[in-house]
Each structure stands twice: as structure tokens, then as C-alpha cells.
Design a protein around this ligand. Structure first.
Ligand SMILES: [Zn+2]
Length: 330
């Protein structure tokens, strides 16, 4: 089989392709890693290869009927599932639908595949429902589970799955791929690669969708504004952020983390490593006025808030709590 067209993660590609060739794909595959690192790309390639009916050594071939049905979302043996609302939970009804789907034998291929995204947001009931399916799956069943962090999942689910852990890519690999495969000019490619934190999917979207890049700029502008806001205004900001479904709260937190990491870099005389060089003056201003301990505390609070959201905390409460404790008055 030809190697899949994936940027980085070559060890995972080899491992998965070998498993497919030997017909040893596990019933449950758990691919974990940060948002936009490549979990979905890899999972769709696994599903595509398992379902593809092409005869060439390029699988998925992209042209056979099975591949075209998969691409158009109409393959009867493939079921993608994810939380219905941005930042929402994966519900027990959704897992029950997966159970019903997997209970019937395949229609057009030898397998049935369910791809469950953001499994870290499964409710306890949903996770337990899935556990039942994992206990004695029919031979034709494959479950592809994607999660940011396997540590927050039920250990009984993790132990019944084969795990693939995707790590962020080196910025050089991201930059090179942007230049060579997406024709991004070298300077912009290097800039986006730095900000991407090694997440290829993020870098591609930021390079190809103006709106996506703008979302990061808006999040950073808000971060800078927040410090001047009084408490009632911060409450309003928290409400507005959780109401605005176009930008996920976790995405905004991710950008704030990159901004505060830059503040820390400036404070520790590593300013040249800061990724938001275009906001350097404003970030340096914060670095000057906020004590180092408050910067560290803020980074911890941001990470804590992200973890709370992964565990299905109420986004508005989590954000209010975060914003009220941010440094301010500069
Ligand atoms: Zn095909």
C-alpha cells in the first residue's frame, strides 16, 4: 500500500497500514492528541482504506463507489458521530444510535465503522453505553474513537482500545508542508507554523481561511482588552463568549494560552521565541506590569479551565471563574 498523504505522524501511518494489510485492525482504536493535530485525518484514512474497493495499491483510492460514497457522507456502513453543539456533550442517545447501527450486519462492505469524535466529552451514561458495545463487538465492527486526552476517559474504555497518541509536529515540518503543499509564502508559513503549536490542521485552516485566522486575532485582541475590564464587564464578556457559537470556548482559551505563554517568554528574557511577534509591544506591556507569579497563575488557570471544559463543566461558569481571577488594571 502506498503511504497515506499525511504530514508527519509517519510511525502511526505505518502502524495502521500494517494492521490493515495483516487484517489485524482492532475493534476499538483510540486516537488521542490535541485539537487539529491530525486525528480526524488519520481516522478517515483508516475508515476509507477499510471500506475502499479499489484494486490499486493506493488505498483509499478516492474513485471507487465506496470511496465516493464515503466522501459524500452516504456510505451505509460508516457512521460519524460528534457532540451536537460546539463545546457540548456527547449524549447517551447518540451512543445508543451507534449501538443500533453496529448491531445490524454490513450492507455493502465486510465491515461497519463508527467514528466518534471528541469522545472526552461523552457523558458518564454515554461512556458506559459504549463500554457495553466494546465488551463483545461483532467481528465486522470497528470503532474509531477520537479524544484530546485519553487520561480523562474511563480507564475501562482505554484498556479495551488500541491507543495511538498523536503529538504536535515540529514547526519545521508544518512550515515545510505549508510551503510545498499549500503554496504558502515562506515567511507566512514560518509564522503560522510557530503559532500552530505543531497542529497541522490548524495551520492549514489559518493559511486558507481568512475568517479562521481572524478568529485568533479577535481572541488575542479580547485578551488584551480583558485586562482593562472591570468585573461586571468581564461577566458580560464571559456570557458573550459562551453565547457566540461561531468560536468555541476551548479555541479561544487555546489562543489566550499562546498569548500568555508569550508574556511568560518576555518576562523570562526569551522574547525572541514569542509566537505573536505582531503583538509584541502590547504583550511586553503586560509582561512589565504583571508579576511573574501572576503570569504563571494565569497559565495554570487557563489550563485548568480547559480541563474543566473537557470534563463537561458548564462553560459559562468556568469562564466567569477564569475571567474574575485574571490580573487586571493595567
Ligand atoms: Zn476506493
Amino acid at each position: 500500500m502506498k503511504p497515506w498523504p499525511v504530514v508527519g505522524h509517519q510511525w502511526a501511518v505505518r502502524q495502521l497500514q500494517t494492521a490493515i494489510e495483516r487484517d489485524e485492525v482492532p475493534h476499538a482504536l483510540l486516537i488521542s492528541g490535541p485539537d487539529n493535530v491530525g486525528k480526524m485525518t488519520l481516522a478517515r484514512l483508516v475508515a476509507g482504506t477499510l471500506l475502499c474497493k479499489g484494486q490499486s495499491d493506493e488505498r483509499p483510492c478516492g474513485v471507487c463507489l465506496a470511496c465516493r460514497k464515503l466522501a459524500s457522507g452516504s456510505h451505509p456502513d460508516f457512521m460519524p458521530v460528534e457532540p451536537e453543539a460546539e463545546g457540548g456533550a456527547l449524549k447517551i442517545d447518540q451512543i445508543r444510535a451507534v449501538e443500533r447501527f453496529l448491531a445490524l450486519t454490513p450492507n455493502e462492505s465486510a465491515r461497519k465503522i463508527a467514528l466518534i469524535n471528541a469522545f472526552e466529552r461523552a457523558t458518564v451514561g454515554a461512556a458506559n453505553a459504549l463500554l457495553k458495545t466494546l465488551e463483545e463487538p461483532p467481528a465486522y465492527v470497528h470503532l474509531l474513537l477520537l479524544a484530546q486526552d485519553a487520561d480523562v476517559l474511563l480507564p475501562t474504555i482505554v484498556s479495551r482500545s488500541q491507543q495511538i497518541v498523536l503529538r504536535p509536529l515540529a514547526p519545521d515540518i508544518v512550515a515545510q508542508a505549508l510551503r510545498e503543499q499549500w503554496n504558502v509564502p515562506a515567511e507566512q508559513a514560518a509564522h503560522l507554523a510557530r503559532i500552530s503549536g505543531g497542529r497541522m490542521g490548524w495551520a492549514i485552516r489559518a493559511a486558507t481561511e481568512d475568517a479562521y485566522h481572524q478568529r485568533m486575532e479577535d481572541a488575542l485582541a479580547l485578551l488584551l482588552n480583558l485586562l482593562d475590564q472591570d468585573l461586571p464587564t468581564r461577566f458580560e464578556t464571559a456570557q458573550a463568549l459562551t453565547r457566540d457559537a461561531s468560536v468555541g470556548v476551548s479555541e479561544t482559551l487555546e489562543y489566550w494560552l499562546t498569548g500568555w505563554r508569550d508574556v511568560l517568554l518576555i518576562q523570562t528574557e526569551n522574547a525572541e521565541r514569542a509566537i505573536h511577534q505582531q503583538h509584541r509591544a502590547a504583550l511586553a506591556q503586560i509582561a512589565q506590569h504583571v508579576p511573574l507569579s501572576a503570569t504563571v497563575g494565569t497559565l495554570k488557570a487557563l489550563e485548568g479551565c480547559q480541563e474543566a471544559l473537557q470534563r463537561n463543566a458548564n462553560p459559562q461558569l468556568a469562564l466567569e471563574n477564569l475571567l474574575l481571577n485574571l490580573p487586571g488594571g493595567y
